[in-house]
Design a protein around this ligand. Sequence first.
Ligand code: FES
Length: 235
Amino acid sequence: MPDASSPIQSATNAARQGDVVGVGSSAGKGWFYADAVKEHFFRPKNFMQDEAAYGDAAMGMVGSPACGDAMKIWIKVDPETERITDLKWKTFGCGSAIASTSMMSVMITEDGGKTLTEARKLRPQDIMERLGGLPARKVHCSVLGDKALRAAINDWYRKNNRHDQIQVEQGRIIDKVLKITDHDIEEAVLDGADTLEKVQQKCKVGTGDPSCIPEVEQLIRFYMEKFFGANSMGA
Ligand code: FES
């Protein structure tokens, strides 16, 4: 059993209670969450309980610009096959982050484990589909695990002197006047902005350099499809 007095366990318990109350009471007629989400929320798989035992494992950590929460992931990799044989995680994030990362940990390690290359191809959308969906405003929570996993994979390559395999996503400046990058637009979409006007309310992109607006609209479509699926376009 997890140590109930640990900060992460307290945070997990608080997150669970917060989501249960919030979902139940605001709906007035039951849950918004799919059964698979509730299963992974109440009984998270592969939750980190013994950090000391993973001292030499590859680790990735990210924070969410949208809400300030954080996620850590540890992976153990068979050096011969490059399959991820074990994945542990912990977070200060909410119930949706807990459920999606728990599901991701299962998808990464099932059937002998995905190779590092296969793991990089797993999309947040794949995890959401297996969970049966998440409320749109919770999608930014579901990418925390994915981003921390990518950081952990980079850390494994770094620890094994495979620097040529490290992938770092550089932000590309879209609005040259306000220095707004594609990552800023990605975060706005993850935070619920699905139109140019809503993205501009969050990051002002295009107000300094209107010539970039067609590219901004293209990026909004790209991120909407990436995180919410083709059916969400224009929703
Ligand atoms: S609100 Fe922060 S991870 Fe969900």
